[in-house]
Design a protein around this ligand. Structure first.
Ligand code: ADP
Length: 496
């Protein structure tokens, strides 16, 4: 429907004259008919009946009606048709009566003159009251829009703030207030820069940004909680100047304008980007170190005149170990991408667990010996296990590699296997540095690594992959650890 000046375009306004005196009605109708269709009734009941049937009217009524006091009719109209202008046209010039009529709902009051002079005013009075009605409709529409906006603002997960020209918060929605660490009332009235600063490095200073938004217009950038730890409270923010000078205020200088800020929480995106950057630099480092070893030693071996006293006796083992470190990294990545793509399939066949463990131990023997770690297998003969051997080798490799890696020189690693309650239990027990209790619940999360003073090579993927493979077999993996004394990782695999 087309809407013009607050009314539907198709709306036809009619005049309804409610007056028992036929001659008076005729004279009034004569003046109004040129602009509006006019309907005439002689009593209140007929007026109410007509209005009930629908349509848009301006009612002109006398006060003395045969079936009702005109003021009572006003009160009824105000209740049932509050948007219908009701104009009293009467010869009664008693001020008290006029005031009472207005109190009961009259929109206007026209005094009848015996010479008919008031008739010329009627079209103006009607037009004036139609304009009033238009403004009231518009006001109602704005009010409804404001209410809808307030609901949206309250419900949105984006933050919204209104700042005064100095950057003081005069309005904040709930989402932003809680992101800033308070309630709406705790945040309002304080400077935005008390809570947040610019990223990166707080430069340019937020105060300078705020000071220039009024003059230079819209500003977009990233803000973060001033006392945040970088894992939450990071927003992409747009500050837009608002408000034009009120009439009579004179020109408003650019730096006196208020502004509205829209805050979109990008903490998660930021954290993922940060993680990816850390991860990339980590694996670049973890591949580069063994690669340098391989390249350095192979260069020595291919030197036509090798300095014999510089070539270590175990050079080939060292090269092999470095190659295996890179291989383990690449395997973990391949496993991860297979898991994430949902492409991890199992190929269960019977195999000898003890034999598989013995091979794994043999594989890590050299590394363990170099660290003077005693590495032993303590496994009773077991019936064949039906499982995906290749996948379980990956699990065992990760757990064994960790046990050796996180155990200092001179320690001990024991791998044991036995049957227990319909399961095969395989334990990897070390005398390593152990794991703090609060880290244990998170240990099997992707990329999770225990923070340490001196970084050990690793990606935080081994345990995640091990857990995923074991779970796919319907098994479980548990950890017990005492910081400073050692850890035991235990696998439980259904024996059947
Ligand atoms: P990575 O060893 O590549 O960091 P993992 O997922 O295999 O990744 O291990 C996650 C974290 O668990 C390691 O960073 C380490 O802090 C801790 N961890 C795993 N195994 C042991 C262990 N046997 N002793 C002490 N800490 C361990």
């Amino acid at each position: 429907m087309l809407v013009s000046a607050g009314f539907p375009m198709s709306e036809v306004i009619q005049i309804l004259l409610v007056e028992p005196d036929r001659e008076k009605r005729r004279l009034a109708a004569e003046r109004l008919a040129a602009r509006w269709p006019v309907r005439e009734v002689g009593e209140a009941a007929a007026c109410l009946d007509l209005l009930r049937r629908g349509g848009s009217f301006v009612v002109l009524l006398g006060l003395r009606l045969p079936d009702m006091d005109g003021r009572d009719l006003l009160a009824r109209l105000a209740k049932s048709h509050p948007d219908t202008p009701a104009i009293v046209v009467t010869g009664n010039d008693d001020v008290g009566v006029a005031i009472d009529a207005v109190r009961r709902g009259a929109w206007d009051y026209v005094l009848q003159r015996s010479d008919g002079g008031h008739l010329d005013d009627l079209p103006h009075v009607v037009a004036r009251n139609l304009e009033r009605r238009r403004l009231a409709c518009e006001r109602n529409r704005y009010r409804a829009e404001l209410e809808a906006l307030a609901i949206a603002l309250r419900g949105t997960s984006d933050g919204v703030a209104i700042l005064d020209p100095l950057g003081r918060i005069s309005f904040v929605n709930r989402a932003l207030a809680s992101g800033l660490g308070g309630t709406e009332s705790e945040v309002v009235g304080r400077l935005l820069e008390e809570f947040v600063c610019c990223v990166p490095g707080g430069d340019p200073a937020l105060g300078d940004v705020v000071a220039t938004v009024g003059e230079r217009g819209r500003w977009s950038g990233t803000l973060r909680l001033a006392d945040g730890d970088g894992t939450h409270g990071i927003w992409d923010v747009t500050l837009t100047p608002i408000g034009s000078p009120a009439p009579g205020d004179g020109p408003v200088a650019g730096n006196e304008r208020r502004m509205v800020g829209i805050f979109r929480d990008v903490s998660e995106k930021y954290a993922i980007e940060q993680l990816r950057a850390d991860f990339l630099s980590m694996i670049t480092h973890d591949i580069k170190v063994p690669l340098t070893v391989i390249l350095g030693y192979t260069e020595m071996l291919t030197d036509p005149e090798p300095p014999p006293d510089q070539i270590p006796r175990d050079i080939l083992s060292r090269i092999r170990e470095s190659g295996e470190t890179i291989n383990a990294l690449v395997c973990n990545f391949l496993d991860l991408s297979r898991i994430e793509a949902g492409r991890m399939t199992l190929d269960p066949r019977p195999f000898d667990v003890r034999e598989m463990l013995a091979q794994a131990i043999e594989h890590y023997e050299w590394t363990a010996r170099r660290k003077e770690i005693a590495l032993a297998l303590d496994a009773e003969p077991l019936p064949p296990l039906v499982a995906d051997e290749a996948q379980l080798r990956r699990v065992v490799a990760n757990l064994l590699a960790n046990a050796v890696k996180y155990t200092p020189n001179g320690g001990r690693v024991i791998v044991s296997a036995a049957r227990e309650n319909g399961h095969v239990r395989i334990a990897f027990q070390d005398t390593g540095r152990g794991i703090p209790a609060d880290e244990i619940p998170h240990l099997f999360e992707k990329y999770r690594r225990v923070r340490e003073a001196k970084r050990t090579e690793g990606t935080g993927l081994g345990l995640f992959i091990a857990k995923t493979i074991v779970a796919a077999h319907g098994g479980d993996i548990r950890v017990e650890s005492t910081p400073g004394a050692g850890s035991t990782f235990t696998l439980f695999l259904p024996a059947a």
